[in-house]
Write a protein that binds this ligand. Structure first.
Ligand code: SF4
Length: 754
């Protein structure tokens, strides 16, 4: 495939971004970096939006945001920003910034003082605990909160209030990736880093529209292909997307039917002898999901998964599966990358395991250019929630509430009684909002997220949020969630507070406070400490006076764990562009490949005779799992004959709370729409911009049609961003039994001309 420079730039989402902001697309960073004026102070920070983790310089003049430019010293983005990141300063000064607390009186949200609002929250929460017990309270946080904020909330709810009903929106996007990494390799998060991209010749992208969802990372992929024309891309996805522009082979599968394809790739790798027997012998166990099995048992399981069988399941060509397996198997290096298309599935953990399986079969792990690398949607889902242990079954430092030793270790650091932390996991997100809908959970604290728009099967959950006593800590108002709240607390936004974010590649980076928050807005951490004190837990929280105090305590929870961050002090983080853990001492500079001799936690007695040692597993071996194919929870039927899938676009992010405030971004994609395949549109007598009614078993939506050759026939796609058109009324809330992550990516629907 020959691609000209012009086409490469066209293929890059950055180009699209640059075009939108009206700058010359070449050397975007220099364009942005050229904005320098006297009297402007540039602060080193990290993008507030997606999980790529781009370095940003925030310019401040006379106490006001002056401008944004990419941080050229940052290894992730080398000065490049996508269009969303470029407009961060307009989000800071958005008209809908909340400036003072609100409480609901006579059905309306009215202005209140901080004292009045906080006294109300503390007294209501105490009343709930007295009447119904601590499990009638819940916390719902975010992969956008800074690690220090999430840590404080986790500490307050699990360690002092005494409920494990602590969840966060990463349950909705990353939980299946956590389940996959933990079961296959013994510990969460990728083995390698972005640096592997620069050594890789074969990329398998599955369930990710990288060009739009992770634009700067996509630019790096484009550069890799430009610098190395032999570099190939395989894409497994139900849609043709801008990512296709660098793709050599696209397997356009039916939504929800790709497990068979991954098993067939494994089948073909073995059949062709494209496996690494020595690596398997040294590093791999086999399991049927319950018991150990042999390699021969696994081969017998794979016999069924011929390319022909998988092609029939997925609606693609068998020859393309064979080709994909040979491209993967014959390349000396390979990276897989995936995102919500894999995770937001009822078989999300299984599909993660199947991706890891082909890397374990071929030994394409733990060396330059090789990794099984999950992409993250939010800037601190990995750092604050996954590493910080802020889900209902976890504790900080990759610990579990069910483990007595872990509870004791954390209780000691939290200065609380080990008995206060319950051994049973709390309610996962869907169970939590179900309990809220049933009136079993009476009080909810929401931090930095918008569940009244982002939960699946929304009609089932919105009323419950309205009825329970809901406190929302938010920088913006109104949102779908603040409108249902009893108390809304105005908090500092990006640039107005200090903290740490941990991005996709295990990198923790410091975010500077460059501005004072507007009006009466306060740092979320300060609000949580205040709440703890008002609820009677003063002794356990009075030693925190600033974000660094919280970070320093958090570091203690990581010491000696597989995600040791001890060396990542604020002092060091302020000087550098982050560290990829483990970084166990203050003279260590971070780790590229985990589980290899360069990893400071690699057992000394294994050095010299093992290329990898999966020390988070009892015998140091990763696991190849037998995972049968499983279709979607709701396959198409006579009544609902069309597959609905949802996702994101370049210019918007999540529920548009932030990007919806930037006129330039809104103008580029002003109205909600549904993508229809041209052949389908013709059969349904629908033309471009016609209104269509999309219905599932859960609700209906009338929306504008965009007739475009992107989805395969029989599949429609809706970007889910717009608050005035709640796509999640249509989506299904069935969850993966291992990760409890909902299947946003596939539902059965019908389409009618409206
Ligand atoms: Fe921000 Fe993601 Fe864009 Fe980078 S790619 S600038 S992290 S939104």
């Amino acid at each position: 495939m020959s691609i000209s420079r012009r086409n490469f730039l066209k293929a890059s989402a950055i180009t699209a971004a640059a075009a939108i902001i009206g700058v010359e697309p070449l050397h975007k960073s220099s364009v942005l970096a050229a904005v320098v004026q006297e009297g402007v102070t540039w602060h080193k920070t990290v993008c507030r939006l997606c999980g790529v983790g781009c370095g940003v310089m925030l310019g401040v003049k006379d106490g006001k945001p002056f401008g944004i430019k990419g941080d050229k010293e940052n290894t992730i983005n080398k000065g490049i920003l996508c269009v969303k990141g470029f407009y961060l300063n307009k989000m800071i000064t958005a008209k809908n910034r909340l400036l003072h607390p609100l409480i609901r009186k006579n059905g309306k949200l009215v202005r209140a003082s901080w004292d009045e609002a906080m006294d109300l929250v503390a007294s209501k929460f105490k009343e709930v605990i007295e009447k119904y017990g601590p499990d009638a309270l819940a916390y719902y946080g975010s992969g956008q909160g800074q690690t220090e904020e999430t840590y404080l909330a986790n500490r307050l709810f699990k360690g002092y209030i005494g409920t494990n009903n602590v969840e966060g929106n990463p349950r909705l996007c990353m939980a299946s990736a956590v389940g996959g990494y933990t079961s296959s390799f013994g510990a969460d998060e990728p083995i390698g880093t972005y640096a592997d991209i620069d050594h890789c010749n074969l990329f398998l992208i599955i369930g990710s529209n990288t060009a739009e969802a992770h634009p700067v990372l996509f630019d790096r992929l484009v550069q890799r292909k430009k610098d190395n024309p032999n570099c190939k891309f395989i894409f497994i996805d139900p849609r043709k997307t801008p990512t296709n522009k660098i793709v050599d082979l696209h397997l356009q599968v039916k939504p929800g039917y790709d497990l068979a394809v991954m098993n067939a790739i494994a089948h073909q790798l073995i059949k062709d002898g494209n496996i690494d027997e020595q690596f398997i012998k040294e590093n791999v166990n086999f399991s049927d999901g319950k018991d150990p099995i042999t390699f021969d048992d696994y081969k017998r399981f794979l016999e069924k998964y011929t390319p022909e069988y998988a092609a029939e399941q997925a609606g693609i060509n068998a020859a393309d599966i064979v080709k994909a397996a040979r491209m993967f198997g014959e390349s000396p290096t390979a990276m897989s990358m995936w995102c919500m298309g894999v995770n937001q599935r009822v078989a999300g953990v299984f599909l993660n395991n199947l991706i890891h399986n082909i890397h374990l079969l071929t030994g394409k792990l733990g060396k330059p250019g090789c990794d099984s690398f999950s992409l993250t949607g939010q800037p601190n889902a990995c750092g604050g929630v996954r590493e910080g242990g802020a889900l209902s079954h976890l504790l900080p430092g990759h610990r579990a509430v069910a483990n007595e030793k872990h509870r004791e270790e954390i209780a000691k650091i939290w200065k609380t009684s080990p008995d206060k932390i319950k051994p049973a996991p709390g309610k996962h997100t869907i169970a939590m909002f179900t309990a809220i809908a049933k009136g079993e959970i009476k009080g909810l604290y929401v931090l930095c997220t918008n569940p009244a728009q982002s939960l699946p099967n929304l009609n089932k959950y919105r009323k419950g949020m309205e009825d329970c006593f809901m406190v929302v800590s938010e920088a913006f108002h109104p949102t779908q969630t603040t409108e249902l709240a009893d108390v809304v607390l105005p908090v500092a936004f990006w640039g107005e507070k200090e903290g740490v974010y941990g991005c996709t590649e295990r990198r923790s980076q410091h975010l500077a406070k460059a501005l004072n928050p507007p009006g009466e807005a306060r740092w979320d951490g300060d609000v949580l400490i205040d709440l703890a004190k008002r609820m009677g837990y003063e002794k356990g929280f009075s030693h925190f006076t600033k974000a660094e105090d919280v970070w320093n305590e958090y570091l203690l929870t990581t010491a000696g764990t597989d995600m040791d961050l001890t060396g990542a002090t604020y002092e060091r983080l302020k000087q550098v562009r982050g560290f990829t853990w483990p970084v166990p001492t203050t003279n260590h500079n971070g780790t590229w490949h985990r589980f290899t001799p360069e990893d400071p936690l690699f057992p000394k007695d294994k050095a010299g005779n093992r290329r990898m040692y999966f020390y988070a597993k009892p015998d140091g071996k990763a696991v190849i799992f037998v995972r049968p194919d499983k279709g979607p929870e709701e396959p198409v039927s006579d009544d609902y004959p069309v597959a609905l899938t949802t996702g994101r676009i370049l210019e918007q992010w999540h529920t548009m709370t932030m990007t919806g405030q930037v006129p330039e971004l809104v103008r580029s994609a002003p109205v909600p729409y549904v993508e229809l395949n041209p052949e389908d549109a013709k059969a349904w007598d629908v033309k471009n911009k016609d209104k269509v009614k999309i219905s599932t078993k859960r609700g209906s939506l009338i929306i504008e049609a965009k007739v475009i050759d992107r989805t395969r026939r029989g599949t429609i796609f809706i970007p889910w961003h717009w608050p005035e058109s709640l796509t999640n009324i249509l989506t299904i809330d069935a969850v993966d039994p291992g990760s409890f992550e909902p299947e946003y990516k596939v539902a059965a629907c019908k389409v009618e001309k409206a």
